[in-house]
Write a protein that binds this ligand. Sequence first.
Ligand code: AMP
Length: 125
Amino acid sequence: MAVDATQAYDDQNIFARILRGEIPARKVYEDDWALAFHDINPQAPTHVLVIPKGAYVSWDDFSEHASEAEIAGFVRAVGHVARDAGLVAPGYRLLANTGTDSHQEVPHLHVHVFAGRPLGPMLVR
Ligand code: AMP
């Protein structure tokens, strides 16, 4: 079911549980601000999710309420994950679904990193 981006943070969401170590994830990177792990249902040869450690429902919530340090740390972590995986030269795509029309499914901000093949047009036409 798609997430309403204006809803309150639900600390039982699946990514909150991954952050608390309650369920496993195939981690690729972690620092003070972010955790990155492989998507369980990859849509490209490389499909990694990067999430902030703070409790933010969506890009909207994060961009409005996170501190400067959290925002800087998270944005740098996304860049680091892609760089470290060697994705800069071939190229990669970032996606942050936000709310109902985007079909956001998990109510904790996550940036998808897609790569590993030519990804085609941005949206299905
Ligand atoms: P979105 O539609 O943008 O909310 O994307 C949610 C993503 O989370 C989907 O690509 C799912 O495959 C992925 N996902 C859901 N549960 C897990 C999990 N336990 N571990 C890794 N990825 C997950």
